[in-house]
Write a protein that binds this ligand. Structure first.
Ligand code: CA
Length: 231
């Protein structure tokens, strides 16, 4: 990918300047929009590679923008929201956002999120071939044989753990909300299932992580969900 184009949608000029200065310094191409309407126009006209989207815009709800964009485009969306807006983050991830940044964030955090997103984009290009083998660090999943290996050694997962691992693997780099995971795995999302999900996650981690209390593969987003990191 040569010089990706990033669309920065943010009405707060201080935050916008921080972002654009960072992008400029790191040699990214970018465009900006201060309203939801302008953002949609930009996305339609310039087809950016990544969208950084502030949820609180003057004319439109950020979630509405995500839903609109998702009706025709898979362009990665990184949501920018204030710390107090956890439910907004969950709603945006469920609407199809890929990741989030919490204000105030550091330049390093912003760059790290962008790197993750670009790595994912590259992987999606590669994975379009529909490889039956998934590899990430020392983890390998053979989808055809339903087998999981860690450092070449086969792991024995329960069907539920296997389902959970595959779901995270197929969305590697993306934060999946509790609701999304539960709907995918159980077909429903009740509050008491979050507890069950935690139990399955704990047993899965014991099998795949060398140190389950400081996991390398599956990251916890407290109150939000989980993400498999791309190693
Ligand atoms: Ca705002």
């Amino acid at each position: 990918m040569n010089k990706p184009l990033i669309l920065v949608v943010e009405d707060d000029s201080a935050v916008r300047n921080l972002i654009t200065t960072t992008l400029e310094t790191h040699n990214y191409r970018f465009r900006t929009a201060i309203t939801g309407e302008a953002a949609i126009m930009e996305i339609v006209s310039y087809n950016p590679d990544v969208i950084l989207l502030d949820l609180g815009l003057p004319d439109m709800d950020g979630i509405e923008i995500i839903q609109k964009v998702r009706s025709w485009s898979k362009t990665p969306i990184i949501v920018i929201s204030a710390r107090s807006e956890d439910t907004d983050k969950i709603e945006s991830l469920d609407a199809g956002a890929d990741d989030y940044l919490t204000k105030p964030f550091s330049v390093e955090e912003l760059l790290a999120r962008l790197r993750v997103t670009f790595r994912r984009l590259n992987d999606i290009g590669v994975m379009d071939v529909q490889s039956p083998i998934f590899k990430n660090g020392d983890l390998m999943i053979d989808y055809a044989a339903c087998c999981v290996y860690m450092e070449g050694k086969e792991l024995h997962l329960t069907p539920m753990e296997y389902k959970l691992l595959c779901l995270l693997a197929k969305n590697v780099g993306k934060v999946l909300t509790h609701t999304y995971i539960m709907k995918e795995i159980w077909g429903s999302a009740w509050d008491n299932e979050v507890a069950s999900l935690r139990v399955f996650m704990a047993t899965l981690r014991k099998k795949i992580e060398a140190n389950p209390s400081s996991p390398k593969y599956i990251q916890t987003h407290i109150g939000i969900g989980y993400r498999m990191l791309k190693l």
